[in-house]
Design a protein around this ligand. Structure first.
Ligand code: DGJ
Length: 731
């Protein structure tokens, strides 16, 4: 082994690294740094794990030679990750390596490179956590001011990565409320590609803070080299890809600095959120599998715990909550085999009963007229039906029509000397989570409910408003630009307290639908509500996009009514079930309005989902035919890690006469294993020709199975929808 190459020994002690080359490695991914003391920290390489032999000569092969964390001021024309106004007014920063250390913490390799400014006592420590059980490297920075006076941070990215130009394509997500997680794939050309969020509270309705770079031309699902990146932050973010006059795309990711310049007091350390980076040479699906494995093992709550099948009351009864209605819904979901009932909005408010969306947020006392026996009565009722009970809250918010607002108008976010800008219902306001008193209040909302009802199994935590007006009534005049950052520090503190006291409760991150699908949120939350749009057809597109970065176990996916309440599309129950079963299955419907046939199909689907649940929720994803490719169909599958079980999905998106779909080749199976095929949720009068037949993994992946374009059902049951779910079990 070459002397200059540092290889970390897997020991739980801190070692000071004297060498120039520093390896940051997870099993298949490597970041190689040039970290000579007194010199700039440089990126030598990022990609597949290097063989020892290549370490010697990799620099000679040609590298970016880029500064690993470019600061503004001494190379002005280049884009920078860090912008600082020093205490004497200088805008120039120049950082050189002071020390390097590596250690093992909780099984992960931690690398810390401390950089010092050449003039000022101003330091930046760049940190990497390289997991040893999954292919993911997280990076963040710790910015420390040891100057005598405050400095101002005007930009403070979490990380920077050069990506070699060539035929590089970017995959990322865009959308809006009711259409979240839409996949966009585009070649990276000259100029700046900016992906950002400024909502203040939620951050994934529109753009997402995750991207994938396909390095070998137009993105392929199961082949080609891919770099994946996810900024783990619950607040405003900015991802920039600057393609200028060099051979490298320059990728920066961090907190959005817009209106957020940060005054760093002497001795204060500013820690940026983590940027997670992965590498795969198995295409986009390969990078997704890395994200999913990392999420389930390290970056979401209870990633290894199978989720319950639930009924949520929202689309069934909206605000019309009462004891008899809740009892009926609980009875119905229990009779279909469901395991949990969640009472959504509308259960609270004494002085201002929550009968619609314009009052009572903040007044988290049960409405005694609607629910005389209170929440304990409902928990008992759930027990009677043999299921668990969950409850909806929106604890970061209030309404101007509420007892909370009457008591604490000073707790809401609003611009000084101006009336607050109001949101939902014409009365909603955002509480100032940067204020410790508000943090205590929000914690107490959860604590009170859980203390009164320790058996509550699930909390749906909603957030239905952006920060509309800039102003913290808590922060001093000269710290107003800290508002967004302090809000999310407050959010993190409250979540930490809740999880310390209630580690087991399942918590869903909902935010007007899919506003909080982000790895800055997931460590405290078990799942997110993908979208307020439950239309099965549109869900295929949204869940497809979301699956790039988030595992099925995190994606709440519910069977809802027809016509759909958002799109008014009428989709038969079979198709609605087949889509919902590709995520964390639930229901969002009034069961008493369903036909006996529909109830029976759902009962059957719930029973079958219980069989496939471990494969869907803990398995490996393989996307096969994209709904975005314009082929009028989509197909994907999940395989168990052992490759002994798999679930294959096929959905027809459009119906035309003389239509010709591709025969879908499967992926992710074991070529040598033999799989018996069984159709789930069958509605056809006759079984598929291959029902119960055995095929080799090789055949299924080389050739695949013909999927009929329609269903053989009685004439009066025919319609233009078609979908299939196949279960494959190795012999
Ligand atoms: C928005 C959420 O996304 C919905 O699921 C529902 O909980 C409503 N809020 C309730 O007001």
């Amino acid at each position: 082994m070459h002397k200059r190459i540092f290889l970390i020994a897997a020991a739980a002690f801190l070692s000071l690294v004297m060498a120039a080359q520093v390896r940051v490695t997870s099993p298949g991914t490597e970041l190689l740094l040039d970290a000579q003391a007194g010199k700039e920290l440089k990126v030598i390489y990022f990609g597949a794990r290097l063989a020892d032999a290549d370490l010697l000569s990799v620099s000679a092969a040609g590298t970016c030679g880029c500064n690993a964390y470019p600061a503004y001021g001494m190379q002005c024309p280049s884009e920078a990750a860090l912008g600082v106004t020093h205490s004497d007014g200088s805008l120039a920063t120049e950082l050189l390596v002071e020390t390097v250390s590596q250690s093992i913490e909780n099984g992960a390799q931690i690398t810390r490179v401390r950089l010092k400014d050449t003039v000022y006592p101003f330091y930046v420590t760049i940190c990497w956590r390289a997991y040893q059980d999954v292919d993911m490297i997280e990076t963040w920075t710790e910015i420390e001011n040891l100057e005598k006076k405050p400095v101002t941070l005007t930009r403070f990215d979490s990380g920077f990565l050069p990506v070699r130009r060539g035929e590089v394509w970017l995959s990322h997500l865009t959308g809006t409320w009711a259409n979240e997680g839409r996949l966009v794939q585009e070649p990276l050309n000259a100029g700046v590609k900016l992906i950002k969020n400024k909502d203040g509270v939620r951050n994934s309705h529109t753009s997402h803070a995750e991207v994938m770079f396909s390095l070998d031309g137009k993105p392929q699902e199961n082949t080609g080299r891919v770099i994946g990146a996810a900024l783990c932050y619950s607040g405003n973010y900015e991802l920039r890809i600057d393609t200028g006059d060099t051979d490298w795309h320059q990728f920066f990711a961090g907190i959005n600095p817009d209106n957020s310049s940060y005054t760093l007091a002497p001795k204060e350390v500013f820690r940026t959120p983590e940027l997670a980076l992965t590498w795969s040479d198995e295409g986009l699906s390969g990078a997704s599998r890395n994200f999913h494995k990392w999420a389930r093992s390290h970056k979401m709550a209870h990633g290894d715990r199978l989720r319950k099948i639930l009924l949520n009351s929202w689309e069934g009864v909206y605000f019309d909550i009462n004891e008899a209605g809740m009892d009926q819904m609980m009875s119905d979901i229990a009779s279909m085999g469901g395991e949990l009932f969640v009472m959504d909005d509308g259960w609270f408010g004494v002085k201002y009963p929550r009968i619609t969306d314009n009052c009572a947020l903040g007044d988290w006392q049960v409405d005694p007229k609607k629910l005389p026996a209170g929440v304990p009565g409902l928990v008992e009722c759930a027990k009677k039906h043999g299921i668990k009970f969950g409850i909806w809250i929106e604890p970061e918010m209030s309404n101007t029509v509420s007892e909370l607002y009457e008591k604490h108008p000073d707790w809401v976010i609003k611009a000084p000397q101006r009336e607050p800008v109001l949101g939902r219902g014409g009365t909603q306001v955002v509480l100032d989570l940067g204020n410790p008193a508000v943090q205590d209040f929000v914690f107490k909302v959860v604590d009170d409910i859980m203390t009164e009802n320790p058996e509550i199994d699930y909390i749906k935590w909603d957030a239905n408003m952006a920060i509309m007006n800039h102003g913290s009534q808590y922060l001093p005049k000269d710290r107003q630009s800290h508002m967004y950052i302090e809000y999310h520090r407050g959010f993190a503190k409250v979540c930490d307290r809740i999880r310390a006291k209630y580690p087991d409760v399942t918590i869903q991150a909902c935010a007007s639908g899919g506003g909080r699908a982000n790895y800055g949120v997931m460590p405290w939350f078990d799942e997110f509500w993908v979208s307020d749009n439950t239309d099965a057809l549109q869900r295929i597109y949204m869940q497809w996009g979301t699956s790039y970065f988030f595992p099925a176990i995190a994606m709440a996916s519910h069977i809802s009514a027809a016509p759909n309440h958002q799109t008014f599309r009428t989709i038969p129950i079979k198709f609605r079930i087949d889509v919902a079963m590709s995520g964390r299955l639930g229901m969002e419907i009034q069961p008493k309005n369903m036909t006996p046939d529909e109830i029976e199909l759902c009962r059957n689907a719930i029973r079958e989902y219980k069989e496939i649940r471990p494969v869907v929720q803990l398995g490996d994803i393989y996307r096969l035919v994209s709904p975005y490719d314009g082929l009028d169909m989509a197909s994907m599958m999940y395989c168990s890690p052992e490759k002994d079980k798999a679930v294959f999905y096929w959905w027809k998106l459009e119906t035309f006469c003389d239509q010709h779909f591709p025969r879908v080749r499967m992926a992710g199976l074991d070529t040598d294993k033999l799989y018996r095929v069984h159709e789930l949720n069958r509605i056809d009068n006759v079984p598929l020709p291959y029902e119960g037949k055995v095929f080799s993994g090789k055949f299924l992946m080389d050739s695949g199975l013909e999927i009929p374009y329609g269903h053989t059902v009685d004439y009066h049951k025919q319609n233009d929808w078609s979908s299939r779910v196949l279960y494959l079990a190795a012999e």
